[in-house]
Structure formats: C-alpha cells, structure tokens
Design a protein around this ligand. Structure first.
Ligand SMILES: Nc1ncnc2c1ncn2[C@@H]1O[C@H](COP(=O)(O)OP(=O)(O)OP(=O)(O)O)[C@@H](O)[C@H]1O
Ligand code: SF4
Ligand SMILES: [Mg+2]
Length: 338
C-alpha cells in the first residue's frame, strides 16, 4: 500500500476561552491520496476550520494541539523543526480559506501576488514566475490575464478575486489544496465555475482536495468521501453517495433532512432541534444524545467510537440497526420522529 499524501492520527486540540478550556477537536484521523477529494461537513462550531488550521500550523494563539500525529508523505511533522515543518506544509498544501479575499494584499497587483511564490520559494526567474502567474490566471478562468496581471484586488469583482486567491493557492504547485467554504461569498454561477475548476485540477493535476462546507450539495458534486463532524469528532465517514442514500448516524440523517432538496431546491423540510454540545464541559455520553431521535439509555453514559458499519463508519451505538432502517424513517417537520 502506498503512503498517503496526508495522514492525521488521533488529533486533539484545546482552546482557552473565557468560558473555560474548550476541547474543540477530540480525536480526528484521516488519510488523503493524490487526486482524492474529501468533504468535511457539520454545523457551525463543530470544529471544521480548527481541524484544518491545526494541520496547517495556523491555530490561533489561544489554541494548541494536545496530542496526535500529522504525516506528510509519511514524514511526521512532530519530527521536524518549526521552520522545516512550515516549509514542508507550504510546499505541499495550498489554502483557500473562508476569508481568502480579505487575505489578498490590497497594495500589490494580483499578478505580483501570484508570481511571488514561484519567484521567492521555488527560486524561479522573474520572467518564468510572471509567465506562470499568467498561466494560472488563465487556468482559473480569469479573462484577459495579461492585462489583469497589473490590476489591484479592488479593481476586480468578488468572483475574480476569489479566483486570484485560488491561483495564489496553486502557485507553488501544491499536491493538496485545503478549501474552507471557498464559495460561500460567491453567486451561484461563479460558485459552479470555481467548483468545476477544482474538479479539473483533481483530474488533470491529481491535486488532492479537502473541502470544508455547510453545503451538502457541493460535497455531493465534488467529493468522493464525506466526513460528518459533530462536537469535535467525525461521527460518520464513507462514500458520499452511500452516506447520502443510507446514512448510518442519526446526525447525518438529520443534516440530510434539514438540507434543501439537492435536486429540486425545495424549502427547508426539517431543522435539528436543540443546541450543539458544550465542549467546555466533560463529555459523558454521546454528545448528540440530547438532540437524537433514537437515543437510548446507553447513549447517556458512553460515547461511541467511530467504527465500520458496512462500507461506511459511524460513531453511534445503534448504527447497525440504522443500516437497515434509516433511509426509511419518517421524521416530522419539527424534528421529532413519529
Ligand atoms: N480563536 C478562537 N477562540 C475561542 N474559541 C474558538 C476560536 N476559534 C474557534 N473557536 C471555537 O472552536 C470551536 C470550533 O470552531 P471552528 O471554527 O472549527 O468551527 P467550524 O465548524 O469551522 O464552524 P463554521 O461552520 O461556523 O465555520 C467552536 O466552538 C468555536 O467557537
Ligand atoms: S449513540 Fe445514541 S444518541 Fe448518539 S447518535 Fe447514536 S442513537 Fe443517537
Ligand atoms: Mg469554519
């Protein structure tokens, strides 16, 4: 078996907050190979962005990794000095974050920002870096790239600025791209174009993609594997089609029921009642239990681990039962099961 491009093992992250110590990430593991695309979905605050930031070494000052290992092509980041770790991450992983547009430098032309990485980090000549920037601008679908090389971010529309951010992420020829809600700020047409671009990159350049989103329809479109996150853990993992058709965790089922109809865009059918778990408090049972339509006694006292169920994996005591029945359950509009 080949070594995965990225491997994360049992990652834990804690954050100091005014309310106390928040156990934001509580044992995340994942593997990603070249050309693979995985989606991470979950409600706001479930830990999606913190997971990516922890892998990238970009955690806020009040947060720290308390345990776990991250490997890039089999090399443990823990075994490297801070400088070597940062250089390896920058070489292998391109990033398009939620606030990518804000991250552009307002006083530098977009072309210069894209050519910086090949010029400074890859040691290319100015001419070659310039040429690469033009190629990338064309690749991400920026019309009149030669002219636009010389414009400043504020002279471009939101959609074009997001493409610039993607071109910057690609400028060091990364093998992996991390996207954190990269299309939320864009209108539907531009969003579709950006997604198509990411799919092209996967196919043509074999770029691995980690895509964080609230939008299940996007995951359906561009990912092979889905990881459903709840309270700092993955609670369901599997092939996207399989999980959508036969979810094996009540939370995934509830998310699917609460999403707009992916094909027909109908209004919201179902919303998940209750509040997400407070991770400044100790977790005693299944963190989803207070909101779960299928909770039983064991769910109050023991937190289930992620385990294989058929071709998927689920962190639910009753996953095996759901394998047969969940797609057939009928939930009412207010979230209670009949
Ligand atoms: N800088 C910070 N200081 C304190 N708490 C934080 C900080 N950043 C994140 N958190 C908390 O960590 C938890 C996980 O946050 P994270 O940003 O990963 O959520 P998310 O799943 O990305 O949500 P969203 O979908 O809204 O982006 C949340 O409870 C959040 O409030
Ligand atoms: S373990 Fe129990 S509470 Fe948790 S998701 Fe499964 S049925 Fe619901
Ligand atoms: Mg986030």
């Amino acid at each position: 078996m080949s070594t995965p491009l990225l491997s994360v093992r049992d990652l834990h992250v804690e954050i100091q907050t005014p309310r106390g110590l928040l156990k934001a990430i509580r044992g995340i593991s994942l593997d990603l190979d070249a050309g693979e695309s995985i989606g991470i979905v979950g409600e706001s605050g479930s830990g999606k962005s913190i997971t990516l930031k922890a892998i990238l070494g970009l955690l806020p000052k009040n947060a720290r990794i308390t345990s776990g290992e991250i490997y890039i092509e089999g090399v443990s980041l823990n075994s490297l000095s801070a400088n070597k770790r940062a250089a390896l991450l920058a070489e292998k992983i391109g990033i398009v974050f939620q606030d990518a547009i804000a991250a552009l430098n307002p006083v530098m032309t977009v072309g210069k920002q894209i050519s910086e990485v090949p010029y400074r980090r890859l040691g290319w000549s100015k001419e070659k870096s310039h040429q690469r920037a033009i190629e990338l601008m064309q690749l991400v679908g920026i019309p009149n790239a030669e002219q636009r090389f010389h414009v400043y971010p504020h002279q471009l529309s939101g959609g074009l600025r997001q493409r610039v951010a993607i071109a910057i992420a690609l400028s060091g020829n990364p093998q992996l791209i991390f996207c954190d809600e990269p299309t939320t700020a864009l209108d539907v047409t531009i969003q579709a174009q950006v997604l198509r671009l990411l799919m092209d990159l996967r196919e043509k350049e074999k770029t691995g993609v980690v895509f964080v989103t609230h939008d299940l329809a996007v995951v359906n479109e561009i990912c092979e594997e889905i990881n459903v996150m709840y309270a700092g853990r993955f609670v369901e993992r599997g092939d996207v089609q399989e999980c959508f058709q036969h979810p094996v965790h009540p939370y995934t089922y509830s998310l699917l029921k609460s999403a707009p109809d992916m094909e027909h865009q109908v209004e919201r059918l179902f919303s998940i009642l209750g509040e997400p778990a407070d991770l400044t408090k100790p977790v005693t049972g299944c963190p989803f239990a207070p909101r779960c339509f299928a909770a039983t006694e064991i769910c109050q006292s023991s937190e289930p681990a992620l385990q294989s169920v058929g071709s998927s994996a689920s962190a639910c005591h009753h996953a095996a039962t759901f394998m047969q029945s969940l797609s057939a359950l009928d939930l009412t509009k207010d979230g209670a099961e009949r």
